[in-house]
Design a binder for this molecule. Structure first.
Ligand SMILES: [Zn+2]
Length: 269
């Protein structure tokens, strides 16, 4: 359908657009008013919750990742194969980063939390999510010098107003005392959303997209850093970031995420 075919249809289109904008603004204002007047609602089931954004019932539905898991990738094992045994994935496709850990499996409840933080301004969720991440990444945090959030391209950051990885990294900084180095890694070109891309397309999409700014290389050189992100899917973004950090002479790069896709074939984002 061509909306610009007739002037009247085009005007209708404009009106419809203006109406949608007004509606969205109203919803936003209404939600702000509700946030002040009512207790927080569980981000997943919308039941009132005291304190943080997830009720006890939804919390119990989250699949927290606990040992045994692959010491390299943090992928949970069905049974314990013994210490230091790597997953097939880690042997077949060894990543540029040293170790990855995730708080939870990426499932329906985890997806609701990630989307609320990312798209609905629910920054109030970051402290709880960061606390779970700090627990999952205890071993990584014990010998880390700095936290590096996966950066957004400035254009996307502008439209979304804040970086969800930065919000999580700040929460982890408060929990662990490991300092945040938020401006060190830059996204030097915008990338297509990774959604719907194959594994090799994802890798190509983010190749060369990240760089350590020259004046900030001293923040990275010789230091053990932890890259922080919300979700780990194919690992392509984390890998591209790790390569950029290693090029800037990082001593080691680990990855800490809120949720990881455990079976990439069954769990699309
Ligand atoms: Zn709930």
């Amino acid at each position: 359908m061509d909306a610009s075919a007739s002037p009247s249809r085009s005007i209708t289109g404009h009106l419809r657009g203006a109406l949608a904008t007004a509606r969205a603004a109203f919803r936003h204002t209404a939600r702000l008013a509700l946030d002040i007047a009512l207790p927080t609602l569980c981000v997943s089931c919308r039941e009132p919750v005291s304190g943080e954004g997830v009720c006890a019932a939804c919390w119990s539905k989250l699949s927290f990742i606990a040992p045994p898991y692959c010491p390299r990738l943090g992928i949970p094992f069905v049974y314990d194969p013994g210490p230091d045994l790597l997953s097939m994935e880690a042997i077949a496709n060894p990543p540029a980063y040293r170790r990855a850990r995730a708080a939870v499996r990426y499932d329906d409840v985890a997806r609701t939390l990630v989307h609320a933080l990312k798209y609905q301004d629910r920054t109030d969720l970051a402290p709880a999510m960061g606390r779970w991440m700090a627990r999952a990444g205890r071993e990584l945090l014990a010998d880390a010098d700095a936290l590096i959030p996966v950066p957004l391209h400035w254009r996307r950051g502008w439209s979304r107003r804040y970086n969800q990885s930065g919000a999580l990294a700040r929460a982890i900084e408060r929990q662990s005392g490991v300092k945040l180095a938020s401006e060190a890694l830059r996204r030097v070109r915008p990338t297509q959303q990774q959604i719907g891309l194959s594994r090799s397309q994802r890798a190509t999409n983010v190749q060369g997209a990240f760089k350590v700014a020259v004046p900030r290389q001293s923040d990275i050189a010789g230091r053990r850093v932890i890259l922080v992100d919300d979700v780990l899917t194919s690992g392509a973004t984390a890998d591209a970031c790790a390569r950029a950090l290693l090029r800037a002479k990082a001593a080691a790069v680990d990855v800490l995420v809120f949720a990881r896709v455990v079976d990439t074939h069954k769990a699309p984002i």
